[in-house]
Write a protein that binds this ligand. Structure first.
Ligand code: FE2
Ligand code: FE2
Length: 362
């Protein structure tokens, strides 16, 4: 047995019964059903009932630095085991094996929708959900409820294989609708992660927040159905003169500071995070090429939206990972003045812009 197989076996034994392919049920369509109920207090009461049980009460975040605002205690909740799929073992599977795979995949996708519904209920975006999921689907809630029947299947044996394939696609589309509506709702809010820092670390983290706020505002302007050339150009200025300058200042100061600590994990994280600047740059280049075509009348403004969405999504994920794997570890390892050059580099590159957009510096 390969070492990783043994490791997997151990984890399985520790975690007990797999949770994949639980019965379809309680959560499927919860968000849509609650939306249909008009998000009444009664409906929201149901949300409280289905909240997961608390397993332990132990703070998992580093304690806030002195002077930082106290944040709520983070509760540690047991994570269920999510095993990998049951892959086909034959190159020429039987029709029965293929059908079993399709049914299992449909069930997994319906379970993903349950997870999305749970998050929607728990992060306070239920109120916006009806409008957003209808916009994403291009259909009303009642029609969507009909579509949801795919997650309450019966008599699969009587269905053709083609019908099962279509049901997998249908479940995938429904899960994507939930995620799209959820992403749109969360984008309208300030970031939810606490700063939990002081001095130059707080300055760096709040700098990220300022960048994200502007990036989201520019994207909202571009995607509100009536984008102007000026709005498109403003986003171009943000990409080139603000975000790119931020990344360059990190390359010059942040990552060298992280590597200089000498910790192998931190060095690897710095390498990975620095690499992530590449795909963001690629999306920005596509945006700027399309913007040039828009400016000469060779493209419509809406054609900018895919690159803008991609650059924004990559950037937010990157910021999150950069904070989790580089900034937070440095916060535990370095004194404030040792990290300060990373912020001074940002100040030199972007200080006036950042202060004009609400950044308070050190
Ligand atoms: Fe970065
Ligand atoms: Fe960054």
């Amino acid at each position: 047995m390969e070492p990783w197989d043994m490791e997997t076996q151990t984890i399985k034994q520790e975690m007990g019964t797999p949770t994949r392919r639980w019965g379809i049920g309680a959560f499927v369509g919860v968000a849509i059903s609650l939306a249909l109920a008009g998000c009444t207090p009664v409906a929201l009461g149901v949300a409280a009932e289905v909240a997961p049980a608390v397993v332990t009460a132990a703070p998992t975040e580093a304690a806030p630095a002195a002077g930082a605002a106290a944040s709520p205690v983070v509760r540690s909740v047991a994570v269920p085991w999510v095993p990998p799929p049951d892959y086909l073992t034959s190159d020429e599977p039987t029709d029965a094996e293929i059908r079993a795979q399709l049914i299992a995949t449909r069930q997994d996708l319906c379970q993903d929708m349950e997870l999305a519904s749970s998050i929607i209920l728990n992060v306070g975006i239920l109120g916006e959900f009806p409008g957003k999921i209808q916009a994403a689907a291009g259909m009303g809630i009642t029609a969507l409820e009909d579509e949801l029947q795919v997650c309450s299947p019966s008599d699969d044996d009587a269905k053709s294989t083609a019908r099962l394939i279509n049901e997998v696609h249908q479940a995938e589309w429904l899960a994507k609708l939930h995620l799209t509506a959820m992403e749109s709702a969360t984008m309208e809010r300030p970031r939810m992660r606490p700063v939990n820092a002081d001095g130059s670390f707080a300055a760096f983290l709040t700098l990220h927040d300022v960048l994200i706020t502007q990036m989201r505002a520019d994207l909202v302007a571009l995607t509100d159905g009536s984008p102007t050339l000026e709005e498109a150009q403003q986003m171009g200025v943000f990409w080139l003169e603000v975000l790119t300058a931020h990344a360059q200042a990190e390359d010059e100061a942040l990552f060298p500071i992280a590597r200089a600590v000498g910790d192998p994990t931190l060095i690897r994280s710095a390498d990975v995070i620095e690499q992530e600047h590449g795909p963001i740059k690629g999306a920005i280049e596509r945006y700027m090429q399309t913007l040039a075509a828009v400016e000469t009348g060779q493209a419509d403004i809406e054609e900018l939206i895919p690159a803008a969405r991609e650059a924004r999504a990559l950037t937010e994920l990157h910021f999150g990972r950069e904070e989790a794997t580089v900034i937070r570890p440095l916060q535990l390892l370095l004194a404030d003045e040792q990290f300060r050059p990373a912020v001074e580099a940002q100040d030199a590159a972007l200080g006036p812009w950042l202060r004009a957009h609400g950044w308070h510096g050190f």
